[in-house]
Ligand binder design. Structure first.
Ligand code: C5P
Length: 219
């Protein structure tokens, strides 16, 4: 099976309050992008890798990616867009046409272990069209009005899950879903669901959450 991994790293990271785009911020001596690629490098065989970087960061991203993956074998770096969905769309354009499985990973999830990539790939190989890593919700979740701060009755958390990346897809199904999708989605599973395809879950990783706020970088 031929696999491609798209690492989306084109976000500005405004909530992080850093002058650099989020994927180029340092965490324990390496950028978030490098950490993410390290997990990808653990896969065997090495998949095709597509990095989506902010326009002005395409060359630095290429250098960093070469440093982790070695050489240029199967590496593409493309410029992202103004939304995550647009960035994924551009990454998809650089995915090899003979890839059968496409994984899409947020560079902001820098410490996701290789095992999660393998688990997701395994489920797609076994026939699922779309696969996401998820976690049980352990906190009580309530609707909250952002303006007034008023909260309402808790949502039954048994019926909820937290979603992570990498999200994995049958390549043909993913391309078809993106070709008809309009607008923005916060993840790619949502694009598949919009075209009526079921997305199944595998166990995510409790130890590694998404780097979003400055506090998340304190290790
Ligand atoms: O903004 P958020 O944290 O949801 O971004 C998730 C991932 O999508 C990040 O890795 C970010 O770099 C990427 N992204 C992107 N292009 C955008 C916005 C976000 O590649 N325009």
């Amino acid at each position: 099976v031929t696999i491609s991994v798209i690492v989306v790293a084109a976000g500005s990271g405004e909530r992080l309050g850093s002058p650099r785009p989020k994927a180029f911020v340092d965490l324990a001596g390496q950028t978030l992008l490098e950490h993410s690629l390290q997990a990808v490098r653990g896969l065997s065989p090495l998949p095709q890798v597509v990095v989506v970087a902010p326009e002005a960061w395409v060359e630095p991203a290429r250098e960093l990616a070469r440093g982790i993956l070695g050489g240029d074998a199967g590496l593409s770096v493309v410029a992202g867009g103004t939304s995550r969905t647009e960035s994924v769309r551009r990454g998809l354009g650089a995915v090899s046409t003979n890839s059968e499985i496409v994984l899409i990973h947020d560079a902001a999830r820098a410490l996701t272990p290789t095992e999660v990539f393998s688990r997701v790939t395994g489920a797609v190989t076994s026939g699922a069209k779309g696969v996401i890593p998820t976690l049980d919700v352990v906190d009580t979740m309530v609707p909250r009005n952002r303006e007034t701060g008023v909260t309402s009755a808790a949502i039954d958390r048994d019926g909820l899950a937290i979603t992570q990346t990498p999200q994995g897809f049958d390549a043909v199904t993913l391309r078809a879903a993106f070709s008809v999708f309009e607008g923005d989605a916060t993840d790619d599973a949502e694009v598949l669901r919009a075209s009526g395809v079921d997305v199944i879950s595998v166990e995510g990783d409790r130890d590694t959450l998404k780097v979003t706020y400055p506090h998340d970088l304190e290790v």
